[in-house]
Design a protein around this ligand. Structure first.
Ligand code: 5GP
Ligand code: ZN
Length: 117
């Protein structure tokens, strides 16, 4: 997809702080982090969102989670959240499937990390 931001990052047409890459998956730091660690895990195949995922993508979906696990292991994260926004109403702004990996100390400004008392 020539007009897709994440495809441009995958094709190295747009720079990103890449933390992991293999044949099928790339992971890079979010440009506007919502937590001390905020990494996007992205399939190299252009899939618009989880809504467009097909049965044949089953293995690729598993791969995304295994990459999340590997990054968390490598960074020695004690705990982390994985978030997938599906559709505009859920806050998806980039139309290329991705998992947000969030970790680190909560900030009192950050509702995403506010834990109920
Ligand atoms: P979404 O809201 O679609 O689930 O997540 C898209 C994420 O992409 C957002 O957290 C946003 O900060 C991040 N983002 C947007 N533009 C860029 C960019 O050019 N580079 C990087 N690394 N992240 C971006
Ligand atoms: Zn794309």
């Amino acid at each position: 997809m020539s007009n897709c931001l994440f495809c441009k990052i995958i094709n190295k047409e747009t720079p990103a702080d890449i933390v992991y890459e293999n044949e099928k998956v790339i992971a890079f730091k979010d440009i506007s982090p919502k937590a001390p660690i905020h990494i996007l895990i992205v399939p190299k195949k252009h899939i618009t969102s989880l809504k467009e995922v097909k049965i044949k993508d089953k293995e690729l979906l598993g791969e995304l989670f295994l990459v999340a696990k590997k990054i968390a292991w490598d960074k020695n994260l004690k705990g982390y959240k994985l978030i997938v926004n599906v559709g505009r109403k859920a806050g998806q702004i980039v139309d290329h499937l991705h998992i947000h990996l969030l970790s680190g100390k909560p900030s009192h400004h950050n509702k995403l990390w506010a834990t109920p008392k």
